[in-house]
Ligand binder design. Structure first.
Ligand SMILES: [Zn+2]
Length: 106
């Protein structure tokens, strides 16, 4: 079961969804969030034509380079938005039920 995950630009109206997925599973979210958090360095690297080795991270880098100062979000192929920053460490109320679990859709 895969869930394609896309970056979105929240500073466009309506929000602009990347044409290229940044991941194929919700388990890719931590890496995508890490790249968003590291956007300044990634944008500088892309300007120098330095790209990540990973196929999906290249797409993330390309989108971030196109939206260097926009508010960026994460949306999956089902239209579900995911936080662009890492959630706080799991606590009694910090964990949404099944939020990070891939779910079978039938
Ligand atoms: Zn933008």
């Amino acid at each position: 079961m895969s869930t394609y995950v896309y970056l979105i630009c929240l500073d466009h109206t309506p929000p602009l969804v990347s044409e290229e997925e940044s991941g194929q599973h919700l388990s890719d979210l931590p890496q995508i969030r890490a790249d968003i958090a590291d956007r300044e360095r990634i944008v500088a690297n892309v300007a120098d034509d330095i790209w990540p080795a990973d196929y999906f991270r290249v797409r993330t880098a390309r989108f971030l380079a196109q939206h260097p100062r926009c508010r960026v979000g994460i949306r999956d192929e089902y239209g579900v938005d995911h936080p662009a920053t890492s959630p706080p460490s799991p606590g009694p109320a910090g964990r949404k039920l099944g939020a990070d679990q891939p779910q079978e859709r039938s």
